[in-house]
Design a protein. Structure first.
Length: 220
């Protein structure tokens, strides 16, 4: 069962696969109210807001002290949610997603006009993935829309893999963080690999958890 504790923390069952929309109700309510939610992924903790809301996106920029010239990556519950609300899935992106999702593979695709322009800095392209973590996917599914997934840390500082680290990272502005979903320690490791799949050939933007040779194998 969901247990509310101090500072808006939701402590979830150890078995992440057992988490349901009921467990995430407070987090979903926060997102729908324009709030910020910290949540676990298969690498580190991330920060979620509704990417269609300019005020919510500004909260993340403030919370992270994020440079204004850095776009925000998104996660979605499924490839269907990506197609409906994130952007156009190119033929290349579809091939990569069929092998790399769910997982730490972020694809850059043409952005949907539904998104706040500040998410992709009006570039017309957006970075998105379907994560290999049941709570992260359940949060996007329960919210009914994709969510931001920038790492839960002050820009330039190490990413957080425990709830305690998240709280410490934002101790001087913790009131901006509405809900912290506590699912224990995340695996850490390398961040997701980012590939520009908006054209006909893949372009490596950031090396990460899936090595480049493996990404190329997805195309064969």
């Amino acid at each position: 069962m969901r247990e509310a504790v101090a500072c808006g923390v939701l402590r979830l069952p150890i078995d992440a696969s057992a988490v349901s929309a009921h467990h995430l109700a407070a987090a979903v309510d926060a997102l729908r109210s324009g709030g910020v939610v910290a949540f676990p992924t298969e690498t580190f903790y991330g920060l979620a807001v509704d990417p269609r809301s300019a005020p919510a996106v500004k909260k993340i920029v403030f919370l992270k002290e994020r440079p204004p010239d850095q776009p925000l990556p998104l996660i979605a519950a499924s490839i269907e949610q990506v197609a409906a609300q994130v952007g156009s899935i190119t033929a290349l992106a579809a091939r990569l997603a069929s092998r790399g999702w769910p997982g730490p593979l972020t694809l850059i695709i043409p952005a949907s006009p539904l998104l706040c322009p500040d998410v992709h800095l009006s570039s017309g392209k957006v970075a998105v993935r379907v994560p290999d973590h049941p709570i992260a996917r359940a949060l996007a599914a329960s919210a009914g829309h994709p969510i931001t997934s920038t790492s839960a840390n002050v820009s330039g500082q190490p990413p957080c893999s425990t709830p305690a680290q998240v709280i410490a990272a934002f101790c001087d502005r913790i009131d901006v963080l509405d809900v912290l979903i506590d699912a224990g320690q995340t695996p850490g490791g390398l961040p997701s690999t980012i590939v520009d799949a908006s054209g006909d050939a893949p372009v490596l933007v950031r090396a990460g958890a899936i090595v480049w040779d493996r990404v190329l194998e997805f195309l064969h």
